[in-house]
Write a protein that binds this ligand. Structure first.
Ligand code: UDP
Length: 476
């Protein structure tokens, strides 16, 4: 194990933060970086060459330059993920995941080794919980190992206990097992259709399944788990996890003001929607987006477009390149193009937080990504849920069944235009959305309290920092 006299208590802490190359993981990692740097610590933020290549096409070459000018010690490094820049990571997901499992860790190891031999060596490694190599590398270089969870605690406890799904025959068996799951610690009950989508798939031999297996074995070796959620919001799941490991909930991790001043690393160039939104009455615009990673199919997109047309509401719809998994370019129903430009905007990417916080936006048709849910709660916009992948299915349960701040886009698997129109009208209508808005205000207050003075997330963040200091001192 490498040692250094520089590793002492206090300001000398040096965190390496390595998010996976996905928008929903990069965004909270930026916020964590800023929070830690604001306490006087050194941070090295690590992106892959491929992520760096994308963000330099959309934003400044050095997104932390402003933060650095204001005195924060944030360093920035890039490493290879093992694939050439021209390789399409979204289209070739299986191959890309194999690379993340078998090649990427060697590049991380090389970088951490270099940094460990520097004048100000790292003391703490913060890696996403979906990483499979955190404990090996942290141990090799004598670092405190922090696992960073960017989804709800409910999803974490299900991943954490997924061996129970295997034992009870609910793993990869949604076709045959319809009975309620009531044996996962911290989860009172869960319908099989609410399970994380990977556990619903019948082919469980994919790279993703192997990655999950390794990652959730590795998280058990973490010194500390930090989560982008709030104690008051998910008390049962969090208390179960705390029985097993040291867990700090420090969410919500986003800038307190949704302005264009915040540090962002957008993977796609955004379209400015603000002037268009300025021309719309309060609460009249539906915002629709399926996040940065999931794909949909052309039948569902067509049905949603149909429903939007029939509803007659104004809308902004983000359809990022490649979001529809088909070759066809035009999957919209007849007449859709005519209404775009008149009552709607279809854009490849936008500044979502700014769009959501605009007074013209009254509802969000969402894929149920966790960041998107938290952002929508923060600005009090009710949700229409269309979960596609991963934790999104279980996040839907939180939004619709538990907190009652949103509704389903459809019942069952099939999206129909008429049903979509009916659901949109329900959320966009002042009277029928009254209860949803009342509920979302309650949840919003919970978020606000958590980050307010003496709020749980604020206190937990301080305790997390103290804990890292004590552990790094003990390691040296
Ligand atoms: N986002 C954005 N512009 C868009 C769509 C999404 O800035 O047009 C941001 C959004 O604000 C959120 C992140 O991308 O912070 C998506 O994360 P989330 O967890 O919601 O979903 P994921 O992309 O991981 O599925």
């Amino acid at each position: 194990m490498m040692q250094s006299p520089q590793r002492t208590m206090g300001k000398n802490l040096h965190f390496i933060i390595i998010p996976p190359p996905f928008q929903g993981h990069i965004n909270p990692s930026i916020q964590l970086t800023l929070k830690l740097a604001s306490k006087g610590f050194t941070i090295t933020f690590v992106n892959t060459h491929s992520t760096h290549d994308k963000i330099t096409k959309t934003c400044d070459d050095d997104v932390f330059a402003g933060a650095r000018e204001s005195g924060l010690d944030i360093r920035y490094r890039t490493i290879s993920d093992g694939f050439p820049l021209t390789f399409d990571r979204s289209l070739n997901r299986e191959q890309f995941l194999e690379g993340r499992l078998h090649v990427y860790p060697a590049h991380v190891d090389e970088l951490v080794g270099q940094l460990s031999g520097s004048d100000h060596p790292p003391t703490c490694l913060v890696v996403d919980t979906f990483s499979t190599w955190g404990s090996n590398i942290a141990w090799k270089y004598g670092l405190v190992y922090v696992s960073f969870w960017v989804q709800p605690a409910l999803a974490l406890t299900v991943y954490y206990h997924h061996e129970l799904l295997k034992k009870n025959g609910h793993y990869g068996c949604t076709d045959t097992r319809k009975d309620t799951i009531d044996y996962i610690p911290g989860v009172r009950f869960l319908e099989p259709t609410d399970l994380i989508s990977f556990f619903q798939e019948t082919d469980t031999s994919t790279a993703m399944h192997r990655l999950i297996q390794k990652a959730f074995a590795d998280v058990k070796n973490a010194d500390i788990i930090i989560c982008n959620t709030m104690e008051e919001l998910e008390p049962e799941a969090i208390s179960v996890l705390k029985e097993k490991q040291t867990v700090y909930t420090i969410g919500p991790l986003f800038p307190s003001q949704f302005t264009d001043q915040s540090v962002e690393m957008d993977l796609w160039p955004d379209s400015d929607c603000s002037r268009w939104l300025d021309s719309k009455p309060p609460g009249s615009v539906l915002y629709a987006s399926f996040g940065s990673y999931a794909h949909s199919n052309k039948e569902d997109i067509r049905a949603i477009a149909d429903g939007i047309m029939v509803s007659g509401v104004s809308f902004i719809w983000v359809l990022r390149p490649g979001v529809v998994n088909c070759e066809a370019v035009d999957y919209f129903p007849d007449g859709f193009h005519e209404i775009v430009g008149n009552i709607g905007l279809v854009v490849p990417w936008c500044k979502q937080k700014m769009v959501l916080s605009h007074s013209a936006v009254g509802g969000y048709l969402t894929h149920c990504g966790w960041n998107s849910i938290l952002e929508s709660i923060w600005v009090g916009v009710p949700l229409i849920c269309f979960p596609l992948l991963g934790d999104q299915t279980i996040n839907r349960k939180l939004v619709v069944d538990d907190w009652k701040i949103g509704i389903n886009l459809c019942e069952g698997k099939f999206v129909s235009g008429d049903q979509v129109a009916e659901r949109i009208k329900l959320v966009m209508n002042r009277e029928t959305s009254h209860v949803l808005k009342k509920n979302i205000e309650q949840v919003r207050k919970t978020l606000e309290n958590a980050v307010g003075s003496n709020g749980t997330s604020r206190v937990n963040f301080e305790n997390f920092v103290d804990d890292v200091q004590a552990r790094s001192f003990a390691k040296n």
